[in-house]
Design a protein around this ligand. Structure first.
Ligand SMILES: CC(C)(COP(=O)(O)OP(=O)(O)OC[C@H]1O[C@@H](n2cnc3c(N)ncnc32)[C@H](O)[C@@H]1OP(=O)(O)O)[C@@H](O)C(=O)NCCC(=O)NCCS
Length: 221
């Protein structure tokens, strides 16, 4: 299923790349787009700083989509490792409104997924989402819905949702009330042990593959 569903050929002038330090100039627009969209949806979202996203870019743990010759910001997501690198999450997915419904989020997630698999080959990939689009993309990549108890128990990850005293997401009181057992979001997990030998959904450029494999060999965070 995965292989059929994720084969897309696009010729829309939007390039999707693994970000680096040169993309820091987009960080403020990315943050504003995330905040705006959360406001429109009436949802809360883990707060990130300029510094945090800029560091993700420098560490090559982010994917950015740029449109046209002017390289207009179109979409973004970043990667975090948790629980001593046993778990990896692709977070902060955002596509600018005018570029939505053209499989751009799919392309961004495919690249983040491929990068994550190379860089942390033994980690379980997971995510929390309440978005149909994200559930569809994750499903196509091989994620399955799971109970929260199968996700990382790293407190630092769950802090992203906030607490009733210091809320980030508007639903964090539910999470607290259930003792972190369930909430509005669906937890989704990709276990590499169940996908041995499967090819990555996209081929990454040679320099990125080299960087990711070297980081994996050094067991970097
Ligand atoms: C969620 C978001 C990233 C999706 O971006 P996108 O580029 O429009 O998504 P895609 O075009 O790749 O869509 C993937 C699939 O979901 C479907 N889809 C997209 N938006 C959808 C929506 N609002 N409702 C239902 N299905 C939707 C698409 O049709 C596609 O399905 P298909 O592969 O079967 O054709 C974008 O809407 C967004 O930035 N939202 C605000 C931020 C957000 O919610 N982030 C996720 C936090 S977990």
């Amino acid at each position: 299923m995965m292989k059929d569903k994720l084969k897309f050929d696009y010729d829309d002038g939007i390039k999707v790349v693994v970000a680096d330090a040169s993309h820091e100039k987009y960080v403020d627009e990315i943050l504003a787009t995330i905040t705006d969209s959360a406001k429109k949806r009436g949802s809360g979202i883990a707060s990130r700083t300029h510094e945090y996203l800029a560091t993700k870019m420098k560490e090559r743990k982010a994917v950015i989509a740029l449109a046209g010759p002017e390289e207009e910001f179109a979409g973004f997501c970043y990667i975090e490792s948790w629980g001593n690198k046993h778990y990896v999450a692709n977070s902060g997915l955002i596509v600018k409104e005018k570029f939505r419904r053209h499989h751009l989020a799919t392309r961004i997630k495919m690249m983040a997924f491929s990068l994550s698999r190379l860089r942390w080959p033994h980690a379980k990939l997971f995510g929390l989402t309440s978005q149909t689009a994200v559930m569809r993309i994750n499903t196509a990549l091989g994620y399955v819905p799971v109970a929260f108890s199968e996700l990382t128990d790293d407190d630092a990850y769950w802090k992203g949702c906030g607490t009733p005293e210091d809320p980030h997401c508007i639903n964090c009181d539910i999470l607290a009330r259930s003792g972190r057992k369930y909430c509005v979001c669906t937890g989704m997990l990709y276990d590499p042990a169940e996908h041995e030998g499967e090819p990555l959904p996209v081929e990454l450029p040679e320099d990125v593959v080299k960087m990711a494999k070297e980081a994996a060999a050094r067991n970097e965070r």
